[in-house]
Design a protein around this ligand. Structure first.
Ligand SMILES: Nc1ncnc2c1ncn2[C@@H]1O[C@H](COP(=O)(O)OP(=O)(O)OP(=O)(O)O)[C@@H](O)[C@H]1O
Length: 586
């Protein structure tokens, strides 16, 4: 119930729906009890004394009772539906909003499929339980309580004898639930494995085909499919045993009732009408007991779902605004960036960067070179406060970036990542993503600077061409150029290019960089690249190794001194250097 209490904030406004839904269901249950009484009257007061004039009245009474009961059930469904949907709507929005603000650290370990299932399946379970399950669980008690109270009022001895089988019935229902519950969980896991296989196969279809692993994939799927099928069969067998067993137990109850009750009627200690009323009341008790396991399972499942959803909602946001955080105003930002002896580690791992110290004056270009895992991307992530530093500080225009409002800081920075993400939308929307009031001319200008305009115009629909999921249908270099156009259109003070031109040829890269020089005049740029040609014009180059800056200087300075930069330069420029030496020798 703790979960329900925590969720209360989301449905407090509509708490009256919950109360009305419970009242209506309880009232429907109570009204339902009139029917057995009418039956009793029909037999004892009409049929036996042969006073048939009362039949029309009784018939009308039955119709009225059934009608009122139906209205109450409708009202229960109406209020429950309103409540459940309101809660699910609020929770869905809250979860989605939370997902937008959760830190990068959360997404480092989050699984897409798991998050999706929390936002869909788990939310649905909560909707059903709060909307209907909760009232129905309470109704189980109402039915048993009202039903047995009425039976006791008719004949308490017969009630005790008839209800003797109920504990067994409840025991079987609970035992069945304890077996079917894990079977269902297992089935859900098997289904999730099955869908993951399909999802991965579709996403990685190129890899599968290029490795000619189609039959392996078919076999993998077939194994998972078999597991799912076996689970289904197991669950179906459990169901097929449960129903006859429950029916058998229920029939024992009914047989006892008929035997003992019949004898009481014959001996004149009970009227025939009472026996018939008893007969219909017994189902008032058998029904809920039969479904007891299901209701309890429904509760435990929605409790687990509630916990999973609350886990997302209660997730701590690592990087957040300080109280009274400063707002950056675009026109006033100069772009003076300084890393002051910055050290940072992801979780409890070894530091990814240690004692990084550099200053990028407004409008300058800082290049980063280094092997994989040397900490280059980490530096750019720290710049946009994807994570906060552990030691040292990063300043923008002389103020620690932790003092700024995160949103306004990031709005001053454009990042182009090595892996480009494009939305399944038109190229135009992809370039202008998140920006309002941009003209087509501005979009075209950004695309021209990113050397994307020409290939976009060659497409049948031009800027209106819709690119598939993750930009399918475009080459790696084309996707990167669209991402660069997107970054340029944002008109940032700070541009971060994290291996952003790795997928374009050297000539295009050169042209893109020439475009950058034009747009980035007066702005600060951090470039990560593996090609010396991309970095040689930088105002300062930082060579990284195992999280440390091992060399720092301009291209001209660095090629003069022995070290990793000169080694890389010699490897990449081997042909050029040998030709130059050859010419000198000649
Ligand atoms: N999100 C993360 N969670 C945990 N560790 C990470 C994460 N990102 C990077 N690392 C680790 O931090 C170290 C530095 O990684 P980083 O991505 O900064 O290197 P890099 O120089 O940019 O490499 P590359 O050139 O391959 O992109 C590596 O050891 C890496 O495994």
């Amino acid at each position: 119930m703790d979960v329900l209490r925590q969720l209360r904030g989301f449905y407090r406004e509509k708490l009256h729906y919950l109360i009305l839904s419970i009242i209506c269901l309880a009232a429907a249950t109570a009204v339902g009890l009139i029917t057995p009484n009418l039956l009793r009257r029909l037999i004892d007061d009409v049929i036996v004394p042969r006073k048939f004039t009362e039949v029309p009245m009784l018939a009308i009474a039955v119709v009225v009772v059934v009608f009122v009961k139906a209205c109450l059930q409708f009202a229960h469904g109406f209020f429950g539906g309103r409540l459940g949907n309101f809660l699910a709507y609020r929770l869905r929005n809250a979860c989605y909003e939370k997902l937008q603000f959760l830190s990068f650290r959360y997404y480092d370990t989050a699984k897409t499929g798991d998050l999706m299932s929390r936002l869909t399946g788990d939310l649905e379970a909560i909707r059903m339980f709060i909307g209907f399950g909760f009232a129905q669980l309470l109704n189980v008690f109402f039915m048993v309580l009202f039903g047995s109270a009425m039976m006791f009022s008719i004949n308490w001895q017969l009630t005790l004898v008839t209800l003797i089988t109920m504990p067994f019935l409840a025991g079987i229902a609970l035992k069945f639930e304890s077996k079917i519950h894990p079977a269902f969980q297992e089935m859900r896991l098997a289904l999730s494995a099955l869908t993951t296989a399909v999802q991965e196969n579709v996403t990685g279809v190129r890899t599968v085909k290029s490795f000619a692993r189609e039959s392996y994939e078919v076999e993998k799927f077939s194994h998972r499919n078999e597991r799912y099928k076996n689970n289904q069969i197991f669950a179906a067998e459990l169901w097929s045993k449960f129903f006859p067993l429950m029916e058998l137990m229920a029939s024992v109850s009914v047989a006892i009732l008929l035997g003992v009750g019949g004898t009481l009627v014959i001996n004149g200690r009970m009227s025939l009408g009472e026996l018939v009323a008893f007969f219909s009341l017994i189902w008032y008790i058998i029904g809920p007991v039969w479904g007891l396991g299901f209701q309890i399972n429904n509760y435990t499942q929605s409790k687990a779902s509630g916990e999973r959803v609350l886990e997302v909602l209660n997730q701590r946001i690592d990087v957040k605004d300080k109280e009274n955080a400063r707002e950056l105003v675009s026109s006033e930002v100069k772009g003076d960036v300084e890393f002051n002896h910055v050290t940072f580690a992801y979780g409890n791992k070894m530091p990814a960067v240690t004692d990084i110290h550099f200053r990028a004056k407004p409008g300058t270009v800082i290049g980063f070179l280094g092997g994989t895992g040397s900490g280059k991307s980490t530096i750019t992530q720290l710049m946009m406060r994807a994570y906060d530093v552990n030691e040292g500080s990063i300043t923008l225009d002389g103020v620690d970036i932790r003092e700024y409002n995160v949103r306004s800081l990031r709005s001053q920075i454009s990042t182009v990542f090595q892996e480009t993400f494009l939305f399944s939308s038109s190229i135009r929307n992809n370039i202008s993503y998140g920006l309002k009031n941009v003209t087509m001319d501005e979009i075209i200008r950004a695309a021209q600077l990113a050397k994307a305009h020409d290939f976009i115009m060659e497409m049948a629909e031009g800027y209106d061409t819709v690119v598939g999921e993750r930009g399918m249908g475009l080459s790696g270099g084309q996707k990167q150029r669209i991402a660069i156009a997107r970054a340029l259109l944002k008109n940032p003070r700070i541009l971060i290019l994290d291996d952003a031109t790795s997928a374009v040829d050297m000539e295009t890269e050169h042209e893109i960089q020439a475009g950058f020089q034009e747009v980035m005049r007066g702005r600060t740029t951090l470039i990560i690249a593996h090609r010396i040609s991309s970095l040689r014009h930088a105002d300062q180059i930082i060579v990284m190794n195992e999280g440390r800056a091992v060399q720092q200087g301009t291209h001209e300075e660095l090629i003069e001194v022995p070290g990793p930069y000169r080694d890389v330069y010699r490897i990449q420029y081997a042909d050029y250097l040998s030709r130059a030496t050859g010419r000198e020798g000649a």
